[in-house]
Write a protein of this length. Sequence first.
Length: 258
Amino acid sequence: MPPDAWDPDRYDRYRDDRRRPFFDLLALIRPRPGMRVIDLGCGSGELTRELHRHVKGRDTLGLDSSAAMLAKSDGFVADGLRFARGDIADFASGPDYDLVFSNAALHWLPDHEVLFARLSAALAPGGQLAVQLPSNFDHPSHTVATEVAAEPHFAAALGGYVHASRNVLAPEEYASILDRLGYTEQHVRLQVYGPHLTARDEVVQWTSGTLLTDYERRLSPADYERFVARYRELLLPRLADAHPYFFTFKRLLLWGVR
């Protein structure tokens, strides 16, 4: 497995903008006393603590595969709130949870119809599913990375690997999946967020904390440096040279109750 390239400080560079979709997702949840909760892809655990407080959970588990991210979770452990290292791709459970929650993590995984069925199987009767998914894969910030990865030198270094941009489905497909899985109520929406960056160059800093980590952990340091330089070279001419730069970023917010 490629090494862990997640850097909590780099990811947190745009902390407020990255947190906003989390709180919008949180607002969709219906808290109940004594909820059992799992947060898939919890990162450092800071937002898991906010989730735990919001639902007043009896037991909340934050799960993440990144040791670097989880190294910060000790500071957020509280009564009824704990963290564990594990790959969310391997998560499976009986009907043990009142809420399965995931913020900006499931887009890394394929076959969402099968994935959502597995997550739904972990819900107790009346349980809720709440998921936020980046859905900006048609933006130059993402398409250019795919182009660079396909260039001969990088394709050889990556063994032909390209970030899986097709994992995330259209909003109506998620609505249909939730209906087929027996959700009696659901809320599915595509929302455009618009962080204002100082200039278009900052898009490279933004993606270096998320999308580009997928290439960083598969390339040597020298090749990754070349990758980012080429990415910057191709990307910037495709973005408006505005100060500030308005970075449109689409995200899907999904909620349902069974």
